[in-house]
Design a protein around this ligand. Sequence first.
Ligand code: PBG
Length: 332
Amino acid sequence: MMLSSFPNRRGRRLRLNSGIRSLIRETSLSKSDLICPVFIREGKNIIEKIPSMPGVYRYSIDKLIPYVEKLVGYGILAVALFPLTPIQKKSSNCEEAWNPENLVNLATRQLKKNFPELIIMLDVALDPYNSDGHDGLLIDGKIVNDETLLALDKQALVQAEAGADILGPSDMMDGRINSIRTALEENQFKDTLIMSYAAKFASAFYGPFRDAVGAQGLLKGDKKTYQIDPPNIEEAIREVKEDINEGADMVMVKPGMPYLDVVSAVKRRFNFPTFAYQVSGEYAMLMSAIENNWLDKNRTIIESLSCFKRAGCDGILTYFALDAAMILDKNV
Ligand code: PBG
């Protein structure tokens, strides 16, 4: 198709005023696109700051309830829970991960009781429970794949039993989606969704998260033998394809903003429910500039999340979920 040229065509006519701009807007951001990650901890009456994530807190379960009530009140449909595990409950075999009464399972039951409609997502990975800090089991200096799968299956089953709607395997072991899906089917959890962290990169942007869940100091080495090397997109596509073939219902790219090319490629290639995670480091980066008044908070949040939609995301995990919902309400 040939475009007419100036002055027959004036691109600025389409930007004339806010009504016209709305009329031709190609993608839109809504609250129902957002999943809010929430950090939880043991104890009572605790709301604790996370220094590297200003504005994000860890909640004890009793304080989690009113916080989630607020999220729900503002129209957030889904949360993803992440636990801070006390050091004495971490071990090299990670058995706390499949304790039916562990913190995330208790919190899930409580939340389901209070908010039956709330969608709850839980990570399937060993790092919150691992005294070695890794997502998989560390044996003789190696992250062992197949032994880790057995542990992940056990973890997934107690989480499904507790009432998690979506399981998010975030560990990047090979074969995990098939393994978890088979375990779920064999145990009659036919409706439990899997959102696989399918293209998860070995990124520096997870730093603040590791502070938040207390994994930073413990981590021996790095995660490069299982997470994807940041310069690679073809490898990311292969990982996504595998997870879809193995039975994932939704796939995720992580981190978000520096990886929107991957989101776009995944969406176009597979036409599958596609998500991205605006991770802790992205949040910290934007928030520190916002707190310095170098960036305008509302505009920055909405712009960054809208760009995920433009790239092809069906939904976004973001620590800005509540802020975004409030901003969308005010229509600013
Ligand atoms: C752990 C996990 C990580 C995140 C979610 N699940 C960190 C990691 O892989 O080290 C990162 C989230 C964030 O940075 O916001 N399996």
